[in-house]
Design a protein around this ligand. Structure first.
Ligand SMILES: [Zn+2]
Length: 468
């Protein structure tokens, strides 16, 4: 036993663990000893087995095993509820016959009546559903559904299709009126993927983050149904220009004075379905999810206005860890990536940062211990492998400061990382969505903020890229 304790002390010093981590480490060793006790009995005495268990845990730490595991029993996955509301196509209400469904919060529509109403047909071939529409034919097999963003959902053999997949397959625009529980479908010109010129010199990577996106029921006047549609127009723009972007998403919108906490994993309604539709749309058009805290607030403050972490945070380290895990869990439950994190207002303490480093592969901020600021840093330790991506150019505040911001980009070329962020709603005034003859049309004014930033970056040989 003394050898085990000595070894443990040595490893603790080596890993510079705090008390909580030590406890966890010891617990792992004990659990392993218990679980594999029988098999290990051939190793000899209890003392020898303990040493072996400690060495095994050390090996697991050193090879990337993490002691922070997420319990799987907090949230039920695949919750399905009926969605009471109406769907119109070219302003005519569709008699669907079957109810619409919220499947884990996303809006699913009965496949057969929807496709028929849109002028197509569904037939059943061997193990597959075939959708025909005009000259197009899409085959969806139960096992392999590459053509879809989300698998079909079957409610006692009746297939349901996710709204985003339906709008993709039929080139439709979805317009939400969440107060009326109404979804209107129109024709649209789908965004075309960017085709790079093979002669081009490969561009250098730059990074753009769309900041503070949250399901606030339009309370902040930004993420209304209309605002979310404009966010999708921004995604189209980025996609068509071959640019990627990060989506700094606050997973749990919280507004204490309104007694509101909008949990997307339990509040299934048309607003949240429109919000999830929008996040899916962004992700599928070159966007990458960044978990921007859990609530981005503390005490009585509102999400995106408050902070959450940092030295003035009211939360203990255990609570901080729980909050980060809760954010990850929400993302995973909704089928989003949970590996990238950003501290709200870059506010953190070294111990809070340690927790984030163990939970996330990428953190959007300046690595605080870097020799030189303004660079991407890959930081490896025995237990983690983390990339830090800073945004040295800060944020683009408003239309009036666009010329100065373009100048800032130009001056940073070749000397600094072109990392920046923007609150996307500052561009909403430059975007118009309208319906003309059954078509949803979108106008993104020339000279608008995000297109101008993309122009400046592209002109200097850069492309907004995904974090790798
Ligand atoms: Zn923020």
């Amino acid at each position: 036993m003394y050898a085990g304790i000595f070894m443990l002390d040595f490893l603790q010093d080596l890993l510079q663990m705090d008390k909580r981590e030590k406890d966890c480490f010891c617990h792992c060793a004990e659990v392993l000893q218990e679980v594999y006790g029988k098999g290990m009995s051939m190793l000899g005495t209890k003392k020898q087995r303990m040493v072996f268990a400690i060495l095994l845990v050390f090996f697991l730490f050193a090879t990337g095993f993490t002691v922070i595991s997420l319990p799987d029993n907090i949230l039920d996955v695949g919750v399905v509820r009926p969605a009471q509301g109406t769907v119109t196509y070219l302003d005519r209400t569709l008699p669907l016959g079957e109810p619409m469904l919220f499947v884990s919060g996303r809006l699913f529509l009965p496949l057969q009546p929807m496709v028929t109403a849109l002028g197509g047909a569904v037939s059943y071939a061997e193990d597959a559903l075939v959708i025909k529409h005009g000259s197009r034919q899409v085959s969806l097999s139960k096992e392999k559904e590459d053509a879809l963003y989300m698998p079909l959902y079957f409610e006692s053999d009746t297939p349901y299709i996710y709204l985003y997949d339906l709008t993709n397959l039929f080139s439709l625009a979805a317009v939400f009126d969440s107060d009326a529980n109404k979804l209107s479908l129109y024709h649209r010109q789908a965004a075309l993927p960017y085709e790079a010129d093979r002669e081009d010199v490969p561009p250098k990577p730059a990074y753009l983050r769309l900041e503070d996106i949250t399901a606030d029921y339009g309370i902040g006047n930004n993420y209304t149904d209309e605002g979310l549609e404009k966010l999708r127009v921004i995604a189209d723009y980025m996609y068509e220009r071959g640019q990627s972007f990060d989506i700094a998403w606050i997973p749990l919108y919280t507004n204490p004075s309104r007694q509101l906490q909008n949990d997307l994993t339990s509040n299934f309604d048309f607003y949240n379905a429109g919000f999830l539709y929008t996040l899916d749309y962004l992700v599928d058009h070159n966007g990458q999810i960044v978990l921007h805290g859990l609530t981005h607030q503390e005490n009585d403050t509102v999400s995106a206005v408050g902070t959450e972490f940092g030295k003035n945070s009211p939360f203990t380290l255990d609570e901080v860890e729980e909050r980060m895990k809760h954010a990850k869990k929400t993302a995973r439950w909704l089928s989003f990536d949970d590996s990238i994190f950003e501290f709200p207002h870059y506010s953190f303490t070294p111990k809070q940062l340690d927790i984030a480093v163990r939970l996330f592969g990428t953190i959007c901020m300046q690595y605080p211990y870097a020799r030189k600021a303004g660079r991407v840093e890959h930081v490896n330790s025995l237990r983690s492998d983390t990339t830090f991506i800073p945004a040295p150019l800060g944020y683009m505040p408003n239309q009036g400061e666009l010329p100065e911001f373009r100048e800032k980009i130009k001056n940073a070329v070749d000397s600094e990382l072109l990392g920046m962020f923007v609150h996307p709603y500052i561009d909403f005034a430059n975007i118009t969505c309208a319906t003309v003859d059954g078509y949803r049309t979108f106008d993104y004014q020339s000279g608008a903020i995000i297109p101008s930033v993309v122009d400046e970056v592209a002109k200097n040989g850069y492309v907004f890229s995904k974090i790798k």
